[in-house]
Ligand binder design. Sequence first.
Ligand code: ARG
Length: 472
Amino acid sequence: MSSNQLDQKSKAWSALFSEPMSDLVKRYTSSVAFDQRLWQVDIAGSLAHADMLAAQGIISAQDHQDIQKGLEQITQDIAAGRFEWQLDLEDVHLNIEARLTQLVGDSGKRLHTGRSRNDQVATDVRLWLRGEIDVLQGLLTDLQRALLDVAERHIDVILPGFTHLQVAQPVSFGHHLLAYVEMLARDTERLTDVRKRVNRLPLGSAALAGTTYPLDRARVARALNMVDEHGEPQICQNSLDAVSDRDFAIEFTAAASLVMVHISRLSEELILWMSQNFGFINIPDRFTTGSSIMPQKKNPDVPELARGKTGRVVGHLMALITLMKGQPLAYNKDNQEDKEPLFDTVDTLKDTLRIFVDMMGGLTVNAAAMEKAALKGYATATDLADYMVKKGLPFRDAHEVVAHAVKTAQVLGVDLAELPLATLQGFHPQIEADVFEVLSLRGSLNARNTLGGTAPAQVKAQIARHRARIST
Ligand code: ARG
């Protein structure tokens, strides 16, 4: 294709084509509207490729220099918003290449030697995603830190722990928040693992079968920092797989979906805790909205929206995995559809995490309401059973004795700790005055002093462990 032909791709790809595309088909097949955000990595990939072509004597030093100069000019133009993106030129790759040729002539046309858009786009998406994963890892750490700060301030605040959304046992609010830190820590691990498979070089696979030029793929991999922790170049080893594989995008989106699922679970709790029936917490007003009709309302819109956006990200995972199903080797145009779901997944995740870091930082806690709620529902019944076991009763029998005690307390409308000692002794003679410490919320909390338990000593130890983990 000559440069002015490339400029007017609408006419035809080459002499082979006898009719132009309709505007509708042009719009349908073009990706430049959304893939232009790959411009920086596209140029980085081209610079690495050109440097290698020159080092291998495939293009001249002069061509290399021209290409570098032209791409530098294009970088400045795009960064300054001066670049004219053309729908006619289909995608980011053809737009940049056509402009390069316009700027530097035949040298520009030599850039695509030993390369195809198939290995080019796969490389671009991987480079872009690698950078975004690094940003996301930072945000996940920020959110863990924000949660740790709130947890640390509320180690001794007690709220009812639920199973089946029924009051189960008292837990520390700090401990509760640390459950989310665990989830986010696993998310971070998952992304670290995904990143290893993202950070592999397809370039050099050309269209699908490799190329006849003596390329140095390792040099390109090193230039693009596609290396492992020992500095070994990471190169896709099968050209057919390299140009068609999008597993890395799918597994990233799966990991992102789990992040959103965790955010969604946290959101659900924030929403419940904020409701008048709980009254446990408040989030700053800037994350809420009012109602146009009910003047008293303050709605937790941000957590609700985050819960809703989880559906959007999980939808992208479905889109990507379905996109790959049944695709024969090697590259198929289907793969152009990988970009919007992937981009939107990253955008949604970044916004959500940034907002949550800020929102968790502004969380306020109503400790009295939490404790009051923990006093409802016989949250220390298990502690009474454990107390009897320590007196020698088999656990199953103790369970039964306590069930009777709870039934009596329910009838009287009081808590277990409010039953007189004589009444308690009626259920079992071995119950003594020390039972009241056991029946208290704080006694119950302190007693759960096993690794991973809710006793303040354990929560403190976990916070220290997380802080050390995050600071490395
Ligand atoms: N815009 C295309 C994409 O996003 C680039 C690769 C096109 N390759 C091709 N053989 N049509 O996948």
